[in-house]
Design a binder for this molecule. Structure first.
Ligand code: 5GP
Ligand code: MN
Length: 329
């Protein structure tokens, strides 16, 4: 699981941390729990070591992560230009473009790139990339337990645990493997609040979110002999329930829970042209290449993209792409 090459990388990252004072931590746009958890765990560690830390999340972060402490150190778009740093950690983010374009090249700073996306462009000065690992926080854990095991506080364990539950869908997805379970178990040993985190991030919903879900489910459609499920969210639905896009997190899992469904899409109308799409698949069916075709990306079984074609056309393109995936297998 951890090779000699990884140990060498860990040594290099530790030396970098010990030698420098100011660090910028970057997450990807529209960050999920794995991304936020990776960032916060480094922020907590570095601050405890007396370092100066700035966190940057392009486009900001949703309310529920804001509540999850420490996000006060998040820099605004203006602050980021004034923040001087010696090294940058880019976490759970496959390209510098997804990192908000603040760092455009390796020469801008020493970049530590830690990620588990197969599409990672290895843009860092140090790249710790494992695309078979269930979450980026597992990689952060491996590094921390090698380099700073005595510094893994219950707070850091919480952040790392959050990334595992997010990216494994509470240990239900196919990436739930021995490594994910054993790291989760070790984190509980370090004080991670397993059940509170799962409840806070997965089962506790706002009333408006549950009402919105009922509306989205009422309009769910099946295609391709029931192998494809498509869910859609229109702006008028959001208005009706006075809801936000972040209230839709986890909705797509309902489509994937239908017996016989192998491919699912959740299309969210941003405006009359732009549509955010989340794609999910079972087993060997690969949705990442479909996402990449339209400028998005992700993993084999979970990917995302933005269409510029309006809802109707986006739906056609997704169903068409799904049909090709089904034929290929
Ligand atoms: P979600 O559907 O939950 O937004 O994203 C699923 C996975 O696809 C995540 O790993 C996420 O980082 C990735 N992803 C989502 N949207 C995009 C995108 O527009 N570009 C890239 N490169 N990856 C994306
Ligand atoms: Mn991740």
């Amino acid at each position: 699981m951890i090779s000699d090459k990884d140990i060498q990388l860990f040594e290099n990252i530790r030396t970098l941390i010990n030698r420098n004072k100011t660090f910028l931590l970057i997450a990807h746009v529209d960050p999920d729990g794995d991304c936020v958890g990776s960032m916060l765990s480094f922020a907590a560690l570095l601050e405890k070591m007396g370092k100066e830390v700035g966190c940057y999340i392009p486009g900001g972060v949703s309310e529920k992560y804001k509540k999850f402490s420490r996000l006060e150190s998040i820099l605004s778009e203006e602050d980021i230009n004034r923040f001087k740093f010696e090294a940058v950690f880019v976490l759970d983010t496959p390209t510098l473009e997804r990192a908000g374009g603040i760092i455009t090249h390796e020469k801008d700073a020493v970049i530590v790139n830690i990620d588990h996306h197969p599409t990672n462009m290895r843009f860092g000065s140090i790249n710790y990339i494992k695309d078979k690992t269930a979450s980026t926080t597992i990689l952060v854990y491996h590094f921390l337990s090698f380099a700073y095991s005595e510094s893994i506080t219950p707070e850091i364990a919480d952040y790392l645990y959050l990334g595992i539950v997010t990216d494994t869908g509470c240990f239900r997805f196919q990436n739930t493997d021995a490594e994910a379970l054993s790291v989760a178990s070790e984190l509980i040993g370090y004080g991670a609040r397993a059940s509170e985190i799962t409840r806070e991030f997965f089962y506790m919903k706002k009333f408006r979110s549950v009402k919105l879900l009922s509306c989205v489910l009422a309009n769910l459609q099946l295609f391709e002999d029931g192998k494809v499920a498509v869910m859609e969210l229109t702006n008028s639905m959001l208005d009706e329930f006075n809801a936000e896009l972040e209230d839709t997190e986890g909705f797509i899992d309902y489509a994937g829970s239908i017996e016989g469904v192998e491919l699912t899409a959740f299309l969210r109308e941003i405006n009359t042209k732009r549509v955010r799409a989340s794609l999910r698949s079972l087993g060997d069916l690969d949705v990442s290449s479909l996402a990449e075709r339209y400028g998005g990306g992700g993993h084999k079984n979970a990917a995302g993209l933005t269409f510029d074609h309006g809802l109707e056309r986006s739906r056609e393109l997704v169903i068409d792409g799904f049909r090709q995936i089904l034929v290929k297998l």
